[in-house]
Design a protein around this ligand. Structure first.
Ligand code: ZN
Length: 265
């Protein structure tokens, strides 16, 4: 039987956690059938590492942006520098950007300023957006309604059905990963089971959000097929069906064709 082909729609393969064995980690992912991964930057100084990672590993696709938990260290001038970087390096998406009310002591007004400014950049460069929204989805939606972008992916989605429907209405797919493998994650599991099939994409968020069987350890992109098995069981689909579905969904979310890799060179 042919091994299904998977895409990890959110993977920080450039992260320092992989410095010691990055080649082996990506090789293991490839061996597991993970052919592509979206690698989002978290701040301006991180963009070069993402670029280098995606240049080294065919199948890794870059996104550039300033993450909400990194806005404290960011300067306003970073936005112009990001625009310049977008112009020169042509990523597949802008991200990851968003709002995070979970971690204390991060200036929320500053998060909103950087989020809105980067949504405007996504408009200007006509790029889909990789969203990070935690405990702030209503406010995030408010900005998305005001500054319309061409959709994208709401990564590690953990909101209500109503918030999910609103994001889908704005052109977003929703990212599901390790969290759905925990029996206690009842809301995420129910959403993964019930949301429209065309809205689902798979992600690891490696090295973070390990699945149940790697709890407390480093997560890697090779976990995608095992996470997908749990999602396939929830939805009553075969793994091959889910692989085809989520691969198509991710490509559509990022507006990329199967030929992207080759045309980019
Ligand atoms: Zn991330």
């Amino acid at each position: 039987m042919k091994t299904p082909m998977w895409i990890d729609s959110h993977c920080h393969l450039d992260a320092p956690e992989f410095d010691a064995d990055r080649d082996a980690v990506w090789q293991a992912a490839r061996a597991a059938g993970v052919a592509e991964a979206l690698v989002p930057a978290v701040c301006l100084s991180n963009c070069a590492a993402v670029t280098a990672c995606c240049a080294r590993y065919p199948g890794c696709l870059p996104a550039y942006g300033i993450h909400p938990l990194y806005v404290m260290a960011a300067q306003e001038a970073d936005l112009a520098a990001l625009a310049d970087y977008l112009m020169r390096h042509r990523p597949v998406a802008l991200g990851e950007i968003g709002l995070d009310a979970y971690v204390p002591n991060v200036d929320f007004a500053r998060q909103e300023f950087f989020f809105a400014a980067q949504l405007e950049l996504a408009q200007e460069f006509d790029l889909p957006v990789v969203l990070h929204g935690r405990r702030a989805l209503d406010l995030l939606l408010k900005h998305l309604r005001r500054i319309r972008v061409k959709g994208g992916i709401a990564h590690a989605f953990n909101g209500s059905r109503q918030q999910a429907d609103m994001l889908i209405g704005l052109g977003f797919r929703l990212g599901f990963g390790g969290a759905l493998t925990y029996p206690g994650s009842t809301r995420i599991r129910r959403l993964a089971e019930e949301l429209p099939a065309e809205s689902l994409v798979l992600e690891t968020d490696a090295p973070d959000i390990p699945p149940r069987w790697r709890s407390g350890q480093r997560n890697t992109p090779a976990e995608i097929p095992a996470i997908a098995r749990e999602l396939a069981a929830l939805r009553g689909m075969t793994e091959a069906e889910l692989a085809a579905l989520t691969t198509t969904n991710t490509r559509m979310a990022l507006h990329i064709s199967a030929m992207y890799r080759h045309s980019r060179k």
